[in-house]
Each structure stands twice: as C-alpha cells, then as structure tokens.
Design a protein around this ligand. Structure first.
Ligand code: PLP
Length: 396
C-alpha cells in the first residue's frame, strides 16, 4: 500500500543523520567495546528520591488517566519556575504538560503553522527539527549559523529566509531557536536574543524557544525570549525534565505560552498522546521542587567534562573547538583533516571503536565537524579524546 508522503518525508530525513549511531549500537550488540559519545543522555540515572516519589504516587493510585493538560500542581510548579526565570507572570493556564520536550516541539509548531506555511530553523540544529515541521505538511526553511560567527545567527540571513519562502509561495510564521544549543553549545546572549525578538515582532512570527538545556549554562546567563518586551504573547517555550533531572525516559516536558494557545494545544493532546502518566507528572513535580542545587548536581559532570575536553584539545592543533557556553556536548572542528564529519566519524568508529556524531547530522552548517557528547566517565572521555586527536593528526 502507498504510504503518505508526509510519513515518508520523516524516515528520509532521519536515516542518514543517525547512520553512525545505529552502526555503533549494532557493534555494541555484537559485543564490541565501543565508547559511545553520541546520544545526549546522562551516564547517571534518575535520582532515587525522584523514583521513590514516582513509586509512591503509583502505589497511591495515580495510575489511571491523568489530567490531560497536566496536573494542576505540576502546571503551577512549571509556571512558578518560568516566572522566576523571566519575571513575566505565569499561571497554570500558561502551561501544558507534554510527552517530553519532543511532543512540546510538535505541539508548538502545530499551534503556529498551517499546512504549506514555513517554519524557520537555525542550523546546526537538533536532528528532529525539520521532521517536526514536515509532519505537519509545512515547510522547514533552514538558515545557517556559521562556525566563524561562533554559530550565532545573523538577522539578514533570517530575513532572506522569509523572502525565499515568499518567493516559493509560502508564508513564514515561526522561528525556532535553541539556546543553550544542541549540538554547538552556543548560548545566545542578551543582544542576540533582543535582535531575534525584534525580528519576530517585525515579521509577525511566533518564536518557539527550545530551552531544554536551561540548567546547563557554563558561561553567561540563560535568557528566555519570553522575558523580552512584547514577546510573551508570541513566544512558546519548550521545556522538559529530561536534561535538567536526568529523566530522559520519563517523557515529561511542557510548553509555556499564551493561555489561548495552551488551551488549543491541550486539545491536540486529547487527540494524540492523551496526556502524561500521573505518577510521572508527580515525580517531575517532586524533581522540580528539589530546587536549583539538585539541577546543578545533575549539570556538574558536563561542566567538568567540558573543561577537561578543552584541556585535552589544547595539547594539539589539528582539532579545534569553539568553547561551548552550555549544554552537554562539544562540537569539534575537524576540517584540518580534509575529511567530512561523516567520513571522520565512520573511520574513527572502524579504527578505534569511538562513536561520535557527524556534524552533518545537524545540518550542512556543521559540515567538517563532529559532536562529542560528554556523557561518559571523565577518564574514559579523556582517553577517547586523546585517541581522537591522535587519529585526526593521521587519519589516512
Ligand atoms: C535541543 C533538544 N530539544 C528537545 C529534545 C527532546 O528532549 P525530550 O527528552 O524532553 O523530549 C532534545 C533531546 O535531546 C534536544 O537536544
């Protein structure tokens, strides 16, 4: 039977990007010792106190259908957190609990885009972004942020993106940003955020702000566009406990935005995921109420390993990096080897059983780069990076 072009556009998109990852997983299943520096997932598991809260909730009976927009108390907790971060008043009516940040991205774009509209994405970008927009029958338009600009976007390039969409007969309705950024570790400063906000106001765009790494900032501060003048009414913040509390498998995230948009996205939940399990929501609420110290504890290994990675890189000249300002990755520039990111990553896996993501998986703007996830023990990371640098010096 013929499959819809929409669903086929998703697999076409994902397969190339994750080839290396799947090869590494196959080798591991075959018993090969592979150092996996691919996925953004903590080596520490969820805090046992959070699991206790989850179990207590389930045992207490919160195992039936849960409140669809989320429990009032979790929505209030998220609203209070976002209000603290932005200074902009928020209530539970501004919050919808979703199945991870991933569904939050889908819901936000569903709210912003009609079929045939264009959603702007800045690359390098998290691998699922184009697929989220394609799944709606809308058009992702990709705007490059360049390594020579430390992967900060340029406004004229974004404007050109709007014009290109218009020339193709489509109207741009949203801009998706991600700071701290996966894969580059870029954090947009206040000036960049002000410029992006002004661009969205001038062009009448929704700003979809993926802030799932908001607790992992190593330099500077996290600025949410929701905090900026005139932005709360056009900003949809995407958040999650996945990265902040090592709860990737719990699948609990949220969108924060204007109350009417949230109500409509709630309807989307009714017709798709039918909410998030009550015991998971209770555990997420418990986790968020553990306070900033608990979040700093989860983030600390990545800060430490980021410094360690820069120390290893400083000992040689072939592989360079723009020091990441946030998130759990370091993006390495391997252009001096003459290899593409994909060639480098596949050869490194073949020869040394070290798995890293090719930069191209995150868009052409990251060609000639590889992304290293800082998600293994410090000594393992140090050894792997030393091997990687030695390989880069002689990759033939
Ligand atoms: C930038 C970015 N956004 C969203 C997600 C999805 O996170 P979640 O586990 O909350 O769905 C990820 C996961 O890696 C990510 O890196």
């Amino acid at each position: 039977m013929k499959l819809s072009s929409r669903i086929q556009s998703l697999s076409g998109n994902a397969s190339g990007a994750w080839d290396l990852f799947f090869r590494a997983r196959t080798l591991i299943q075959e018993g090969e010792p592979v150092v996996e520096l691919t996925v953004g997932e903590h080596d520490e598991r969820t805090d046992p106190a959070i699991l206790d809260a989850m179990y207590a909730s389930a045992e207490g009976g919160h195992t039936g259908y849960a409140a669809l927009p989320g429990t009032d108390s979790l929505r209030e907790t998220v609203a209070a957190r976002v209000q603290r971060q932005t200074g902009v008043p928020a209530t539970l009516e501004n919050v919808l609990i979703t199945a991870g940040g991933q569904f939050a991205l889908f819901a936000a774009h569903h709210a912003a885009l009609d079929q045939g509209d264009t959603g702007l994405i800045i690359e390098p970008h998290y691998a699922t972004y184009p697929g989220v927009i394609l799944s709606l029958g809308a058009n992702p338009h990709i705007v490059a942020a360049r390594p020579e600009d430390a992967f900060q976007p340029r406004i004229p390039d974004l404007k050109a993106g709007i014009e290109a969409a218009a020339a193709a007969g489509s109207r741009a309705k949203s801009l998706l940003i991600n700071s701290p950024n996966n894969p580059t570790g870029t954090v947009y400063d206040t000036e960049t955020m002000d410029d992006l906000a002004a661009f969205c106001r001038d062009e009448d765009l929704w700003m979809i702000s993926d802030e799932v790494y908001d607790t992992q900032v190593w330099q500077g501060t996290h600025v949410s566009p929701r905090a900026l003048p005139g932005m709360a009414e056009r900003t949809i913040v995407v958040g999650s406990v996945s990265k902040s509390h090592a709860m990737t498998g719990s699948r609990c995230g949220w969108v924060v935005g204007p109350a009417d948009a949230i109500a409509h996205m709630g309807e989307l939940t009714t017709h798709t995921t039918y909410g998030v399990p009550g015991f998971v929501q209770d555990a997420a609420e418990f986790a968020l109420n553990m306070g900033p110290e608990a979040e700093a504890r989860v983030a600390e290994p990545f800060r430490r390993r980021r410094d360690l990675a820069l120390k290893v890189l400083a000992k040689q000249n072939t592989v360079t990096a723009i020091p990441p300002l946030g998130a759990m990755y370091v993006m390495l520039d391997i252009r001096a080897t003459g290899l593409s990111g994909a060639e480098f990553a596949h050869r490194l896996l073949d020869r040394h059983r070290i798995a890293v993501m090719p930069g191209e998986s995150f868009g052409e703007a990251a060609a000639g780069h590889i992304r290293v996830a800082l998600t293994v023990a410090d000594d393992v990371l140090e050894g792997a990076l030393e091997t990687l640098c030695a390989f880069a010096a002689d990759p033939s």
